[in-house]
Design a protein around this ligand. Structure first.
Ligand code: SF4
Length: 60
């Protein structure tokens, strides 16, 4: 079975950003995972067995 989940949608993934000279923050194509220990990951890295989907924020 194909693994269609990636680190980007995992609750353990922290997105990285770059700041432009005008002050804007823009997402980049990478981040880090914090479970079970910190490590670099790309957004499209295939999910590992520790994958837990992010919960969607409730509507305001
Ligand atoms: S490496 Fe595993 S636990 Fe970490 S962000 Fe990716 S899927 Fe989640």
């Amino acid at each position: 079975m194909e693994n269609k989940y990636t680190c980007q949608t995992c609750t353990h993934f922290c997105q990285h950003y770059v700041q432009y000279p005008d002050g804007r923050f823009v997402t980049c194509y990478s981040g880090h995972c914090v479970y079970p220990r910190q490590k670099f990951r790309h957004c499209d890295t295939k999910a590992c067995p520790h994958y837990v989907p992010k919960e969607e924020e409730p509507p305001r």
